[in-house]
Design a protein around this ligand. Structure first.
Ligand code: GLP
Length: 276
């Protein structure tokens, strides 16, 4: 996989990447572009820029199908902190996506297991995910796949760890008791089935997770290390998220920066050590 370290905002970088990838794909009614989407604060800028692209007619969402990664269990869709509300606010209300092209897990389904099965089926029916965008948790979770989740996992109901609930308490008036305990999440296997992955890490709070990704072999203890098993995976990180880099990758980054100090980004190659 590759690690792209960027000096420009990760949101701008990711939005431009999505625009260019969709343009190149040239989606049509018969050949829609299927994108997996995350929530979280890291990607707020990305959505802001995607909205601008849509407004300026630089990106047409007509033949795009979206699948969100996750949703809290038990929060009504209209709750301001549900991922449904987040997506309406940040993207869906502002672009020309067709309502029938928007897929999100229903965290209020009567039968959550059946909801998970249907979600997987819907992705297959759409032809699979062309590009999965994701953020990462401080403990290395991807979507809501917490440490220890199998790399073969499919869409399932996940128990959120105390650290994830604490990290997300800021969205619930810092009241931990209000933070849901479970979520429906796509599995790591579901993510790995996408044709391409672009995950994003921003800020010093993600630095430990980024270091584990680059220094450790793929291990379920750090779910984001699954990215190393994918043939077309990128982790996009800002400089702050790379402050704890050490060893080979630190050397690679220092050398790349010295060779081209004015570049907006540096592309590094990350091996899965077990495969060496
Ligand atoms: C939640 C989401 C993840 C996201 C993470 C990071 O836990 N389920 O998909 O990656 O938040 O959020 P932030 O970008 O706010 O740090």
């Amino acid at each position: 996989m590759r690690l792209i370290v960027t000096k420009i905002s990760v949101g701008l970088w990711a939005a431009a990447y999505i625009k260019n990838t969709v343009k190149q794909f040239a989606p049509t009614l018969d050949k829609p572009f299927v994108i997996g989407l995350p929530t979280g604060s890291t990607v707020l800028d990305m959505y802001a820029i995607l909205r601008t692209f849509a407004k300026e007619r630089l990106l047409n969402f007509q033949h795009i199908i979206t699948f969100n990664m996750d949703e809290y269990v038990g929060l009504p869709a209209g709750h301001p902190q549900s991922y449904h509300s987040y997506m309406q606010r940040n993207l869906f209300d502002h672009v020309n996506l067709l309502p029938e092209h928007i897929f999100m897990p229903n965290g209020q389904a009567q039968d959550l297991i059946q909801e998970c099965t249907h979600y997987e089926e819907a992705m297959v029916q759409a032809g699979g995910i062309d590009l999965f965008i994701g953020g990462i948790g401080r403990n290395g979770h991807i979507a809501f796949n917490e440490p220890g989740t199998s790399f073969n996992s499919r869409t399932h109901v996940a128990d959120l760890t105390p650290s994830t609930r604490e990290a997300n308490a800021r969205f619930f008036q810092n009241d931990l008791s209000r933070v849901p305990r479970q979520a429906i999440t796509v599995g790591i296997g579901t993510i790995l089935d996408a044709k391409e992955l672009l995950f994003i890490a921003s800020g010093v709070k993600k630095a430990a997770a980024v270091t584990h990704l680059v220094t450790q072999p793929a291990t379920p203890s750090w779910p984001l290390t699954a990215l190393k098993l994918h043939p077309r995976a990128t982790l996009l990180a800002d400089l702050e998220a790379c402050v704890l880099l050490s060893g080979d990758l630190k050397t690679q980054l220092d050398e790349a920066m010295q060779a081209d100090p004015h570049a907006e980004q540096w592309v590094l190659s990350v091996e899965n050590k077990e495969e060496l």
